[in-house]
Design a protein around this ligand. Structure first.
Ligand SMILES: C[S@@+](CC[C@H](N)C(=O)[O-])C[C@H]1O[C@@H](n2cnc3c(N)ncnc32)[C@H](O)[C@@H]1O
Length: 291
C-alpha cells in the first residue's frame, strides 16, 4: 500500500489541469560547489536519494552482464555508478559528465570506496565524440536528461545512445517527467523537505520544473531507441519515466541476494520509498524482479 504522502501527491496530479510549462534548469551543467556538495550528500549513506539509487541499481543490473563495457551518461558524483559497479564487479564502467567539479567528486568517491572497475571522461552526452559506433555493451543514465536545454538535445542524446550501443545491447535510462500543474510540482518537490537540506529540496523542485513531458520522451524513443527498448512511466503521474531494454541474463540469485541485503540495511522510511517506487512503476508495467 503506497504511503499517504505519495497518494496525496498523486491525487493532486490527477485533479490538476495541464497548465505548467517547462523551465530549463538554472544550472545545465552542475558546477556550483555548494550545489554539487548538497546533491552528493543526498545520495550517500542514508541520504534522501538512497532508495531511488537502489531501485535504479536493481533495474540496471538486469540489463548488463558479465564482461560488459557500460557507459553512464551524466554520472555526477558517481553515487549511482559506484553502487552499480560495486555489485557488478565483472563489468567495466565509463562515467561521463561535463562538470569538472562533479568528476572530481566522482573520482574521489570511487578511490575512497576502492571501486576499481570505473573510469571517467569529461564529455558532452549530446555528442559522445570519444566513443566510436557500436563500442559499448550497455548504457545507463539516471536523472540527467532534464538538464538538457531543449528537445533537440534530448533527440541528440538518444541518437548518440543508438549509435554507440552494440546490437542487442542493454539500456536503462530514467529521468523525471513533467507534471501537469505548478501546484502538483510543488507538492512532489516538498514531500521530503522535512528530512533533507533546503538546497536539495530546491534542486529537486528545479529538476521537476525542467523535466521533459512524457510525449517528448516517447517521440525521441520512437525515433532512436524503439528497436532496443520499451518506455515506461509511473502510474497516472509520470513523475519518473524509464527506457529499458529486456533483461540480458537469466535471474541471478547471487545478484538478487546482494540487492536484498542492501535493501534490508535501509532505514524503514527508505524501505517505504522503495515500495512506493515499485508500486507506481509496476502499475506502469515496469517490474522489479530484483527487489
Ligand atoms: C542531477 S545530476 C545526476 C548525476 C547521477 N547520474 C546521479 O544519478 O546521481 C545530473 C548530471 O548531469 C550532468 N550533465 C548535464 N548536462 C550534461 C551534458 N550535456 N553532458 C554531460 N553531462 C551533463 C551534470 O553536470 C550533473 O552532474
Amino acid at each position: 500500500m503506497p504511503s499517504y504522502t505519495a497518494i496525496s501527491a498523486l491525487a493532486l496530479e490527477i485533479f490538476s489541469t495541464r497548465s505548467a510549462r517547462r523551465k530549463t534548469e538554472p544550472d545545465l551543467v552542475m558546477d556550483d560547489p555548494e550545489k554539487v556538495a548538497a546533491f552528493t550528500r543526498a545520495g550517500r549513506v542514508d541520504g534522501v536519494m538512497a532508495p531511488m539509487y537502489l531501485f535504479h541499481c536493481a533495474q540496471i543490473s538486469e540489463v548488463i552482464r558479465s564482461g560488459d563495457t557500460v557507459l553512464d551518461l551524466g554520472c555526477g558524483p558517481a553515487t549511482q555508478l559506484g553502487l552499480v559497479a560495486s555489485i557488478n564487479p565483472e563489468c567495466n564502467f565509463i562515467g561521463v559528465d561535463l562538470s569538472a567539479e562533479m568528476l572530481a567528486k566522482a573520482t574521489g568517491y570511487v578511490e575512497e570506496q576502492k571501486i576499481g572497475n570505473v573510469e571517467f571522461r569529461q564529455e558532452n552526452i549530446t555528442r559522445l565524440s570519444s566513443f566510436p559506433d557500436q563500442s559499448v555493451d550497455a548504457v545507463m543514465s539516471t536523472v540527467v536528461l532534464h538538464h538538457l536545454p531543449d528537445v533537440d538535445a534530448l533527440q541528440n542524446v538518444f541518437a548518440e545512445v543508438a549509435r554507440v550501443l552494440k546490437p542487442g545491447g542493454g539500456i536503462y535510462i530514467v529521468d523525471f517527467g513533467h507534471l501537469k500543474s505548478e501546484r502538483s510540482i510543488q507538492k512532489f518537490a516538498y514531500q521530503y523537505a522535512h528530512r533533507q537540506p533546503e538546497l536539495f529540496t530546491l534542486d529537486y523542485l528545479y529538476s521537476l520544473q525542467a523535466a521533459f513531458w512524457l510525449e517528448d520522451f516517447k517521440n525521441a524513443h520512437e525515433h532512436h531507441l524503439k528497436a532496443h527498448s520499451s518506455i515506461y512511466s509511473t502510474f497516472i503521474a509520470p513523475f519518473l519515466i524509464a527506457i529499458k531494454s529486456p533483461s540480458r541474463h537469466p535471474q541471478d540469485l547471487e545478484l538478487a541476494n546482494r540487492i536484498k541485503e542492501l535493501k534490508k540495511a535501509l532505514p524503514s522510511h527508505h524501505k517505504t520509498d522503495i515500495e512506493d517506487l515499485k508500486t507506481f512503476f509496476s502499475l506502469g508495467k515496469l517490474k522489479s524482479p530484483y527487489l
